[in-house]
Design a protein around this ligand. Structure first.
Ligand code: 7TS
Length: 400
């Protein structure tokens, strides 16, 4: 059996999305910015797709939703352009990000830090959450931007972005949120709170890879990261990714339609799976489940290297993740586990299971069976494992 439980890394392209994209490779391939009829064939489809994308987040017509190549580009764009526009001129010199942002924020923050910007990395609490108060405490009159993700990719923890948005509005600081893990998993209505910039990526909600977007509120448009032929209203140059945009439009429409299912059925399946996993002794889960996206579990099995577990799962046809976005060959500790204060031992044992609307109960039953066998086998051969359920010093939820 093949089971895909790494949907926070990427998702399968929904067949309806693929179907919508297909005509735009061989049949309708005109450059939409050309002046002939070939171009005209794509225009109405791009317009409809963009309307679906605007509707999916409830952006206003006068706001800019600019198509990029991925969330990494959108995140780079916000931090680098804020640096060039607000910090390099010397009026402001500080930004705030959380310490558990995706590397596309952390590495960019470190880059602008090396150029002389001051960066505050907000800590998470022992439930894996950012506290809005810590944003307030760290804003100064030199702060240009706060960037805090909507939901964390490793734990699924949902951060208080409405409260953070309100603080930024009050303090007149720009606010960006990386909503990559929120689209399709949580209700998104950007009219209900203050946000200036919002990032998302189609392949995380059953759209194609290589297409993302940056929402910019009217009046808060940033200088372009890519200069050139002035496509996308001059906000981002480069020939439009026509199939990608059409795919993202369809995927967004479907994500909105499937949201209730995600928040009820997928959540129930996840909760049941998690209950069963926690029956395995000496297991720990990060962040209370009501404070998480409905599809995500980050779980530690004491005494088992995450990578060894992944290997056993992989041999049984199951794709999961250690939750560590690091591509290094070293066996790195999970950064979120470390940040919440889990002991060194546990931080190496975290496995992320992330479900999607294509996950079935049969697949989860099979996975549970494989996990139980893997835990027994790996603990048996572990030289260091001995049962110590209270040997952790963090806010982890312990199983048996
Ligand atoms: N932001 C978040 C919150 C993410 O989870 C990811 C990808 C990105 C940005 C980057 O998206 P991309 O479109 O540029 O690829 N996250 C993961 C992950 O958790 N495991 O693999 C990729």
């Amino acid at each position: 059996m093949k089971v895909y439980l790494d949907n926070n890394a990427t998702t399968l392209v929904d067949p309806h999305v693929f179907e919508a994209m297909e005509p735009f490779f061989v049949q309708k391939y005109g450059n939409p910015n050309s002046l002939h009829a070939f171009a005209g064939e794509t225009h109405p489809h791009i317009k409809t797709a963009m309307e679906k994308i605007y509707a999916g987040i409830n952006a206003k017509k006068e706001d800019s939703v600019v198509i990029t190549s991925c969330a990494t580009e959108s995140n780079n764009w916000v931090l680098k352009s804020v640096y060039f526009e607000y910090i390099l001129t010397g009026r402001k010199n500080h930004i705030i990000v959380s310490e558990v942002e995706h590397p596309s924020i952390i590495a960019t923050a470190k880059f602008i830090e090396s150029m002389g910007c001051r960066v505050t990395y907000l800590p998470i609490n022992n439930e894996g959450l950012i506290e809005a108060q810590s944003v307030r405490d760290n804003i100064t009159n030199k702060t240009a931007l706060v960037s805090v993700m909507w939901a964390n990719n490793e734990t699924g923890a949902i951060f208080p972005i409405e409260e953070i948005g309100a603080i930024c509005e009050e303090k007149k600081v720009l606010f960006h949120t990386d909503a990559v893990q929120a689209i399709g998993k949580l209700p998104i209505n950007i009219q209900t709170f203050n946000v200036d910039y919002l990032t998302f990526s189609a392949h995380k909600f059953h759209g194609p890879k290589g297409v993302g977007a940056l929402y910019m509120k009217k009046g808060k448009e940033l200088m372009p990261l890519l200069h050139g032929g002035a496509q996308m209203g001059g906000h981002r140059s480069g020939t439009l990714n026509v199939p990608g945009i059409i795919g993202m439009g369809k995927a967004m429409e479907q994500a909105v339609d499937a949201l209730d299912f995600e928040m009820s059925e997928i959540r129930e399946m996840r909760d049941h799976f998690e209950d069963e996993l926690l029956k395995i002794e000496d297991t720990f889960v990060v962040t209370p489940r009501e404070k998480r996206t409905p599809n995500t579990i980050l779980i530690s099995f004491r005494g088992i290297e995450g990578e060894s577990m992944l290997w056993d799962l992989n041999r049984a046809g199951i794709g999961a993740s250690t939750g560590s976005a690091c591509a290094s060959e070293d066996l790195e500790a999970n950064s979120v586990m470390e940040a919440i204060g889990a002991d060194e031992d546990l931080a190496h044992t975290a496995i992320r299971f992330s479900l999607s609307r294509y996950t079935t109960q049969e697949e989860l039953d099979y996975t549970l069976d494989v996990v139980k066998k893997a835990v027994a086998r790996l603990r048996e051969i572990s030289s260091s494992y001995s049962y110590a359920p209270d040997g952790h010093k963090s806010g982890l939820t312990a199983g048996h």
